[in-house]
Unconditional design. Structure first.
Length: 313
């Protein structure tokens, strides 16, 4: 009997790469659907690469033919002139429909913590809509809801460290008392794979073993990096204005109003049981010589599609 095929969107990217590594470690066949086929491929010929052609349903169905489980990590972080949330919702619905039509047995889908509690924020509204669409699809599925991910090539934790290394002041929105529980990307991948082998429709919050207020997170990273910046309270509007001023110099979107709002509402926290074992403090200590040395650009990753994430400028 042939080994079942597990399909991963974005196996050459961030979460998808960790999922793929762990699937190969289990001796499984892995196929990726990607719109970055020229990124360096650490898996060689073992990885079956197919196009993530959202505008071609026949191609999507063909790419998913013979697949047992689809792990969907596709999304966008913010609206941009070249991509936006509405498009990401349409694209994801096309992918999910193609998976059903191709006979995929199970879909493991990445959502966001508290997706149904912030429909006034476009990021959360889109994730909420997709959760509802997946439930109506009629395919057994798992919905995994992370808040903050860290680890190899992450954005948020690395770029906080980058700012701490370079700026004499670090602004915390409001009093910084809102909480978050960062989860290592490898623990996220393990959780998704665990739910791939469960029966029925399942869901899980994906939160790490350590809980921080935002201010505590910044202070912890500064201490690990042996830095002593002045950490100050700033109004959210001022923090956003500073981020927006810096963005053109970084050729990126440093932070959005919605991200600030979601953070301050505590939407990146969860009381759920801990699915992960890797502690942020341990990981940051082990990687302190590399953490925050280089800025990680979300826009750069979208457009420099022939480079590995670690090489994107």
């Amino acid at each position: 009997m042939d080994t079942p095929i597990h399909a991963v969107t974005g196996a050459l990217g961030y979460t998808g790469r960790s999922i793929t590594e762990q699937l190969f470690a289990r001796g499984l066949r892995v196929r990726t659907l990607t719109n970055s086929p020229r990124r360096p491929n650490p898996f060689g010929a073992s990885l079956d690469i197919r196009p993530l052609a959202f505008d071609d349903l026949r191609s999507l169905k063909t790419a998913l033919h013979g697949v047992s489980v689809l792990y969907n990590t596709y999304w966008v972080r913010f609206n941009h002139k070249r991509f936006n949330f509405d498009e990401a919702v349409r694209n994801t619905k096309s992918l999910l429909s193609a998976a059903r039509n191709a006979g995929v047995s199970r879909i493991v889908h990445v959502s966001i913590l508290h997706a149904d509690q912030a429909d006034d924020l476009a990021y959360y509204r889109g994730k909420h809509e997709l959760e509802d669409s997946l439930r109506a699809l009629g395919v057994p599925h798992a919905i995994i809801r992370p808040g903050v991910l860290f680890g190899r090539s992450d954005i948020l934790v690395n770029n906080i460290a980058w700012a701490l290394r370079r700026l004499p002041l670090f602004g915390v929105f409001g009093d910084g008392s809102y909480r978050l529980r960062p989860l290592h990307v490898d623990d996220m991948a393990a959780l998704m794979i665990d739910h791939a082998f469960r029966d029925g429709d399942t869901s899980a919050d994906a939160a790490g073993p350590e809980s921080f207020t935002y201010r505590e997170l910044v202070e912890t990273l500064a201490s690990i990096l042996s830095l002593r910046p002045r950490i100050v309270r700033v109004p959210p509007s001022l923090g956003y204005a500073v981020a927006r001023t810096l963005s053109p110099f970084l050729r990126d979107v440093l932070l959005t109003r919605e991200e600030i709002s979601g953070l301050m509402r505590g939407l990146l926290d969860s009381p759920s049981p801990v699915p992960g074992a890797i502690r942020l403090t341990d990981w940051a200590t082990q990687h302190r010589d590399q953490l925050g040395v280089r800025y990680h650009s979300e826009v750069g990753r979208r457009f420099q599609r022939d480079l590995a994430y670690a090489d994107v400028r």
